[in-house]
Ligand binder design. Structure first.
Ligand code: ADP
Length: 636
């Protein structure tokens, strides 16, 4: 075969890589050693890929090579070399894979990187830019790689990390895989010393499932921890494995280790992190469990083993019963896979249920951290029973905004004769406390769940029931269900009952109010729910709650307000005075103003007043009038 003339091409790094390199090269990090973790994990990924290809029966160059990672060093030359017999890279792959930041969150990443002056441990692993971390310690890096595709030539890539890289074909007789030569900076020469390399591997890469040889000596322990009997594993081993898996620097909040033999064999080792990593939303896609078949990694971060609402769970699953040559694309249709997935989901939910019962304080910590994601599970109808038992809310019986209650607890406190679970939606506990709709609930001593998170509305309207109790929004209930229940507080009714004649007049006043508001409302009624407020609007029973309407208005940009029933509190000073005015002159302008004002204030309170200008203008006029009266009364 004629030898090819190799030409060297010079390429410039993409802008975001240049920025990244600039930070990495010029910052002094205390955690620089993680570059080794990143390169070893790239090597391990490349080995996983080749093993996967071979189980599929793909034709592979140098098939007989053992799957392993070799690390060599030369203290004098300040040289560290990492060699793997993995999948290798073609020229195009080198240009594309080692030339771009994989994830969309690169801007956020750079920001975080700039802010973290000394410690990059957590940031780098999470963003998939691991390779470049080598430039924290290297003044030059040479990659030599040969792809598993038999035809492709060996390629050399070289860079000092300052802006450009060179790439060329080489005629060296390379075997399949990748060699990375790291020419260390003077201040990083310790990474060409045996002790330093060995301790770094032990700390960060101990669970890599391929042998790592340091100058021909194996340094890592290859145990599939999840396959070991629980009784033999120490807590520290779990923690070490969790840190290895998740790049978390803290120990996990919970560890769930399960082995099942029948009807399908699988083991899983799962962890719930102490912190929710998805604070900014850019890690949303970065979840899933690692799926092994007979200890061979089939897929990193498989998203089908757990539903999205449990995506905070990290871990591995390994089964004897799946075929080794299963393709990632057909996993989802595999019946055994589906059974494993549903069993794992069940395991996690059962674990959480037990935690909720046995350790409510710890469960509350879990909820605070992961509840927001968990709530997304409102359409998991298969596990609805467990799901609803795991939900937590703040409620009127809580002592403060942080205290939580579950639905099971709510129903254990339910009043005799109460048929529904009531909820109110608001921005805060203080805001809900002022909601007029809650007055009757306080009077009857009925517990109300307080919802603050928009997703709570979707959740409640999707699950609809808990046991035999329907959920009802406090602003939409037909009150005949609770009116009959006994009061627990004094009504504080300072008003005489109206006589027969006044009752008639009151009915006419209601008719008048209806006339004034016209088709803006469906009806005007005497209120049974109010004690301190003069009026409120309520939603006809078959309609959506006000907060749900608000959410839909925000999402659809539809500003029309659903028609409501306007309720008037007969036993309120303002309404009694209004009745007096009405009796003397049913067309008095004051009545019009007050009715408009009460109606718009009620809409404002529940968040459905679109246009506050008229309301404010009217208030100002009324204040002006009352100031006149006030100065007269005070004889000023
Ligand atoms: P990540 O590993 O998170 O994708 P890196 O910047 O570390 O990000 O690597 C970029 C890509 O380069 C990898 O996804 C892989 O395709 C390729 N790569 C890196 N190291 C190797 C290697 N040793 N063998 C084969 N491919 C590699």
């Amino acid at each position: 075969m004629a030898q090819k003339q190799s030409t060297t091409e010079k390429h410039e790094f993409k802008a975001e890589i240049k920025q990244l390199l600039d930070i990495l090269v010029h910052s002094l990090y205390t955690s620089r050693e993680i570059f080794l973790r990143e390169l070893i994990s790239n090597a391990s990924d490349a080995l996983d890929k080749i093993r996967f290809e071979s189980t599929k029966g793909t034709e592979i160059a140098d098939k007989e090579l053992p799957l392993e990672i070799k690390i060599n060093f030369d203290e004098k030359k300040k040289l560290l070399t990492i060699t793997d017999t993995g999948i290798g890279m073609t020229k195009d792959e080198l240009i594309n894979n080692i030339g771009t930041i994989a994830k969309s969150g690169s801007a956020e990443f750079l920001k975080q990187l700039k802010e973290s002056k000394t410690d990059v441990t957590n940031i780098i692993g999470k963003f998939g830019v691991g390779f470049y971390s080598v430039f924290m310690v290297a003044e030059e890096v040479v990659i030599k790689s040969k792809s598993f595709k038999s035809e492709s030539p060996a390629i050399e890539w070289k860079s000092d990390g300052l802006g450009n890289y060179e790439i060329k074909e080489i005629n060296e007789d390379l075997k399949r895989g990748t060699i990375i030569e790291i020419h260390l900076k003077e201040d990083a020469k310790e990474f060409a010393e045996k002790y330093k390399i060995e301790s770094t591997i032990k700390r960060h890469s101990n669970f890599i499932s391929f042998p790592i040889y340091l100058e021909n000596e194996k340094v890592n322990t290859i145990t599939a921890l999840w396959r070991e009997p629980k009784s033999k594993i120490k807590k520290e081993e779990y923690t070490e494995f969790y840190k290895f898996l998740s790049f978390d620097s803290e120990e996990p909040m919970d560890t769930i280790h399960v082995s099942v033999d029948a009807p399908i064999q699988f083991s899983c080792l799962l962890f719930i992190p102490k912190k929710n990593f998805d604070l900014f939303g850019f890690n949303r896609e970065d979840y899933g469990l690692d799926l092994y078949v007979r200890r061979v990694l089939i897929q990193h971060k498989n998203k089908g083993l757990l539903p999205e609402y449990l995506s905070f769970v990290k871990g591995v699953v390994d089964s004897e019963d799946l075929p080794l040559n299963i393709s990632r694309e057909t996993l989802q249709e595999n019946a055994i896979f589906a059974k494993i997935a549903s069993s794992i989901t069940n395991q996690v939910l059962s674990y959480l249920l037990k935690k909720g019962k046995d350790e409510p304080e710890k469960y509350a910590e879990f909820w605070k951290e992961h509840g927001k994601v968990f709530k997304l599970g409102y359409s998991d109808y298969t596990n609805m029973d467990k799901y609803t038992q795991l939900l937590r809310f703040n409620s009127s019986t809580s002592n403060n905004a942080d205290e939580l209650t579950g639905l099971e607890d709510y129903t254990s406190r339910i009043k005799d004769g109460q048929k529904e679970i009531y909820y109110a939606f608001g921005n805060s506990r203080d805001a809900i406390a002022l909601d007029p709709h809650l007055e009757i609930f306080r009077q009857k001593g009925i517990e109300v769940l307080y919802l603050y998170d928009p997703i709570d509305e979707f959740l409640i309207s999707s699950i609809r029931k808990f046991k035999d109790f329907d959920f009802k929004s406090v602003d939409s209930t037909e009150l005949n269900k609770i009116e009959k229940l006994n009061d627990v507080t004094e009504k504080g009714n300072k008003f005489e009952n109206l006589d027969k004649d006044d009752e008639k007049q009151f009915d006419s006043l209601l008719a008048k109010i209806k006339e004034i508001l016209g088709d803006r409302i469906t009806d005007v009624k005497e209120s049974k729910r109010l004690s301190d407020s003069p009026a409120c609007v309520v939603n006809p029973d078959d309609s959506m709650s006000a907060s749900m309407q608000k959410i839909l208005r925000l999402t659809n940009k539809d500003l029309s307000v659903q028609k409501k029933v306007f309720e008037i509190n007969k036993n309120h000073k303002l309404i009694r005075n209004l009745l007096k005015i009405f009796k003397s002159n049913s067309k008095d302008e004051y009545i019009y103003n007050v009715v408009e004002e009460l109606y718009e204030s009620a809409l404002l309170l529940e968040g459905s007043l679109n246009d506050p200008y008229k309301l404010v203008k009217r208030i100002n006029q009324m204040l002006e009038q009352s100031s006149e009266w006030y100065t007269e009364v005070k004889k000023l």
